[in-house]
Design a protein around this ligand. Structure first.
Ligand SMILES: C[S@@+](CC[C@H](N)C(=O)[O-])C[C@H]1O[C@@H](n2cnc3c(N)ncnc32)[C@H](O)[C@@H]1O
Length: 298
């Protein structure tokens, strides 16, 4: 494990502008990752502000522990799923809190770790859990592709990957697994590539992109965890406390938009989501699909 994170966080200034950290404030970063938002919160809430950070990935926490040592007791990092936000915030004295940030998905460090099995560009075990707390049932991408029925796989690819060739890919997987278990990301990427038409999406994206996204969302139960966490976030904010959520795909963004709209006690501050500047996207291509939505507790 490298001691430095290679993850470049997105919309960092915009998130701080939204959360307006102040000394004596309490803030929650639900997705620690490379710790940029957490560290910005700590800096801007000096000398007394406190930050509680969640991550399901113990590697991210260990990295952050050495980097954030200088903040002493002002920072607390926990290996926990943000779907348990309410209980964990309560147990650690973070209710009510003044600001909450979610920067959803996975980090570049996780993508680059072949053992996590998130990338079709390098071979690794077909796991895709971001950490052991990512789900409660031990589900992995391997258990899905080797164990689920054709209909279940097809539905997951369509729903979580918005994959139009879901049927063909599910058929390809069922045929392949009759010969041998599918255990590696490279095997999965090959099966998907040979199940779809040659000019898949006119070559704009790798044929396995949507399948990998769908499996990752299913394995980590990402959409349901987000719904539960947004509900908890709304409840634990102090009056005028702010909630900032960065999403990276339309499924997540829709959930955030609807949750904000449905909550009577939230005032939506972003009629349209805040997008990164061209300059930011030029430096950090991962930012291109990022959307930030912000709401304030009434
Ligand atoms: C995009 S990265 C966050 C980057 C971070 N904001 C930074 O400043 O570098 C997302 C992080 O959230 C974590 N994560 C994803 N789903 C989670 C969940 N349900 N609960 C807790 N952490 C989660 C991932 O393991 C990953 O480290």
């Amino acid at each position: 494990m490298s001691s430095e994170s290679s993850h470049v966080a997105v919309l960092t200034e915009e998130v701080m502008t939204a959360l307006r950290p102040h000394s004596s404030g309490k803030y929650v970063d639900c997705t620690l990752g490379g710790a940029t938002h957490t560290e910005n919160l700590l800096k801007l809430s000096a000398p007394q502000g406190r930050v509680l950070s969640f991550d399901v990935d113990p590697v991210a926490l260990n990295r952050a522990r050495s980097r954030l040592k200088v903040y002493g007791k002002r920072w607390l990092g926990i290996e926990a799923n943000f779907r348990n936000l309410l209980q964990k915030a309560k147990a650690n004295g973070f209710i009510p809190c003044d600001g909450i940030v979610f920067d959803l998905g996975f980090s570049s460090d996780e993508l680059a770790d072949p053992e996590k099995g998130l990338s079709f560009q390098q071979d690794g075990p077909l796991d895709m859990r971001l950490g052991l707390q990512a789900n409660e049932n031990g589900l992995t991408a391997s258990s899905i592709v080797n164990g689920w029925s054709r209909e279940e796989i097809e539905d997951a690819l369509r729903e979580y990957g918005e994959e139009r060739y879901a049927r063909r890919i599910a058929d390809g997987l069922i045929a392949a697994r009759k010969n041998a278990r599918i255990n590696r990301t490279a095997e999965l990427a090959d099966i998907v590539s040979s199940s779809v038409p040659r000019n898949y999406e006119r070559g704009r994206i790798h044929p396995a992109t949507r399948t990998f996204q769908a499996l990752r969302i299913a394995v980590n139960d990402e959409l349901q965890a987000l719904r539960e966490a947004l509900e908890a976030a709304r409840r634990i904010l102090a009056p005028h406390g702010r909630l900032a959520v960065i999403s990276f795909n339309s499924l997540e963004d829709r959930i955030v938009k609807r949750a904000f709209k449905a909550a009577d006690d939230l005032e939506v501050l972003t009629k349209r989501p805040i997008r990164p500047t061209h300059e930011e996207v030029r430096h950090n291509p991962r930012a291109r699909s990022a959307k930030l939505r912000v709401a304030e507790k009434r």
